[in-house]
Every structure is written in C-alpha cells, then in structure tokens.
Design a protein. Structure first.
Length: 212
C-alpha cells in the first residue's frame, strides 16, 4: 500500500489539492428523499452490508452489543428508532410546527447518505419534526449518493489527525464501492454544486500519513 508523508502545516493544502484534482462533472441525484448521517469510518461497512438496525449489526457480528444495551436502546420513549429501526431525515418539509426541532443532515463532519424515495418509512416527530424511521434494513443498492462536505470541514478543523482519518476513509469508501460493483456516486457538496468525485482517481491516491 503506497503512503505519502506530509508535514502537518501542509495537510489541509494537500487534501484540498487532491480533492480538486479528482473532481469531475456535477451530478444531480433524483428520487432520494431520505438522508442518513454516519461516520466516515462506518461507511465502508454500510457499503458492504447496508444501513442496518442495531439488532442486525449485532446479529451479523459487525459489532457485538450486550443484551442490556439492546434492551435500553429498545426503549422507544428515549431512543425513537429502538433496536430495530433506522433513523432518517427528510428536508424541505412545509408542515412543521412553529419552533419544532428539525434535524439538519448536512453535518460537515459526517457522511450524508441519500436513500431512495421508494423506501417505506414512518414519520416520528417526537424529537425532530422531519424524522422518519425505517423498520427494515436498507440494502446498499438503495443508497443513491454518498455526499461529503470535507472542503468545508477542513477550514476550521483543529484535530489534524481526525482530518487525515476522514480523508483515508474516503479512499476506503471508493475501494469498497468498486469491490462490491456499486455505481453509487461520491459527491463533494461543500459548495452545493453537486461535484462528482472520480472514484478511480481517488482509489489511486496514496494513503495519507502525518510526517513527524
């Protein structure tokens, strides 16, 4: 595995340069009503297995949760999606009450997975007016786009090691897509221009490491 060592003061500049090098045409995504946020580190597993409930994650031994934790998480009065549900958000709703909390899925520190509008999900406004719950696992082929906002994220990031991890996981995301023959776009959405990233070029990039 090829690696490149970069001094800390040049890390941001390096990542900006590489993301600009692998930019492609813009691409719009249609029929993707639902948003699901996840960490960069968890996205390769989602590409392989799908967006899973806690119980499914435990059953597949992707992670092992104790019975006590699963029981606690299944208390839907405090954990809306429970152990069998998956939380999603819908943006642009016009029927929210005044001052009702709305979940913002455009978190610049996380991956925003756009999920097909064909998914059957039930609205639950207990915590957020725009929250929906899917009680079925979401197959990888139901993901319409993998959106990131890394260019915006790195502007004010203080933990350079966390930035490096996210950049390297982005490469792993592209690798896992190719390994599973999934034609899901990766888009850089910091400027809201729907910029497509070239997955083959991303895969060809070396792993980034901090030079000490």
């Amino acid at each position: 595995m090829e690696c490149v060592l970069i001094e800390e003061k040049y890390i941001k500049e390096y990542i900006v340069s590489k993301l600009n090098e692998i930019k492609n045409d813009s691409i719009d995504v249609i029929d993707a009503r639902y948003h699901h946020n996840t960490d960069y580190a968890d996205t390769p597993s989602i590409i392989k297995h799908g967006i899973l409930s806690l119980e499914s994650i435990n059953n597949l031994r992707i992670r092992e949760y104790s019975n006590d934790l699963l029981s606690t998480m299944d208390d839907t009065s405090s954990h809306i999606n429970g152990k069998n549900g998956i939380s999603l958000a819908v943006v642009g709703l016009t029927d929210l009450y005044k001052d009702e909390f709305e979940y913002d899925p455009f978190d610049i520190s996380r991956v925003d997975l756009l999920v097909t509008s064909e998914l059957k999900a039930s609205r639950n406004s207990t915590n957020y007016g725009n929250e929906f719950i899917s009680y079925s696992d979401i197959n990888p082929n139901m993901i319409k786009s993998i959106d990131i906002r890394m260019l915006e994220y790195l502007k004010n990031i203080k933990d350079i090691n966390e930035l490096i991890k996210k950049y390297n996981y982005l490469r792993e995301i592209a690798i896992e897509l190719k390994r599973n023959s999934l034609d899901i776009p990766i888009r850089e959405m910091s400027t809201k221009n729907n910029i497509l990233l070239d997955k083959d070029k991303l895969i060809a990039e070396p792993v980034l490491k901090l030079k000490k």
